[in-house]
Design a protein around this ligand. Structure first.
Ligand code: F6R
Length: 261
């Protein structure tokens, strides 16, 4: 795992955007796996700036998003479709039909989830997957549980995630309680993973996820076993771990991981 320690949120966003930009420049028809939430906002702003400067061309890029709430139409301001359009897609030259977010309005969850998996497979897999880190260690909406869920699947969101997401809604009752999310296997199959974390509120979960045991109780801990992960985190988020500037390590692969049957 490569760990890049940054001064603050802005520095984290610039460095994360530089990594994604390098991917787009090196492989103009790459597949980017994208995330929503507050953490990637600065990264998306930087990508838009790179596009406006003429450094980045997204015309051949395809994107697949990690997750979407169930039951919110694309036009709903809280949907992840809407978030992606507002914060990235409408500011760059990516064709709309190159952008894929799970279809949260498809009531048949098996159909919706299989469709998302099929898209990723037909695209030949994800070149780089951007992730944020949930306060409880979730990635996508893979919540702590007894097993690592494998592929795109429906989830009932935990109380802690509903509370964390309530900040985007007027009332907590408006926060959807269900979502479709890429599974841990889907995420782990991305060729590269870029996880970004900022702020002292995440310091404890960063230490548990990347310096603790690999366990489905902390879903992000599985990333320790991916061969090409970069964690870009600011000083506050890394406050409980080694005070080095930039380093890498490869934890020994662990046996007996409780994968879903
Ligand atoms: C969003 C997602 C979530 C967030 C996580 C962190 O697509 O998959 O896992 O990355 O909840 O959210 P923020 O960045 O708002 O702290």
């Amino acid at each position: 795992m490569n760990i890049i320690r940054t001064k603050d949120y802005e520095d984290m966003s610039r460095k994360a955007a530089s990594i994604i930009s390098a991917q787009v420049i090196l492989k103009p028809d790459c597949v980017l796996g994208l995330a929503t939430g507050s953490t990637p906002l600065g990264t998306y702003e930087q990508l838009v700036e790179g596009f406006n400067r003429g450094d980045l061309d997204f015309s051949r890029v395809t994107t697949v998003n990690l997750d979407e709430y169930c039951g919110l139409p694309e036009e709903n301001e809280q949907s992840y479709h809407y978030f992606m359009r507002q914060n990235l897609f409408r500011h760059i030259n990516i064709p709309e039909d190159h952008t894929f977010v799970p279809d949260g309005m498809e009531a048949d969850s098996a159909l919706a989830c299989q469709a998302h998996e099929d898209i990723i497979r037909k695209l030949g897999g994800i070149d780089i997957q951007l992730l944020g880190l949930g306060n409880n260690g979730h990635i996508g909406f893979n919540e702590p549980g007894p097993v690592f869920e494998k592929e795109t699947h429906p989830v009932d969101l935990t109380e802690s995630t509903i509370r964390a997401n309530a900040r985007f809604f007027e009332r907590i009752e408006q926060v959807p309680t269900r979502a479709y999310t890429m599974g841990i296997k889907t995420i782990m199959q991305a060729r590269r993973i870029l996880i970004i974390v900022s702020g002292s509120g995440k310091a404890d979960i960063v230490a548990r996820a990347f310096w603790g045991p690999v366990t489905p109780q902390v879903p992000a801990s599985i990333l320790q076993l991916h061969p090409d992960v970069t964690l870009v985190a600011d000083e506050e988020a890394l406050a409980q771990v080694l005070p080095l500037h930039c380093y890498s390590f490869s934890p020994a692969a662990l046996n007996h991981l409780p994968l879903q049957a």
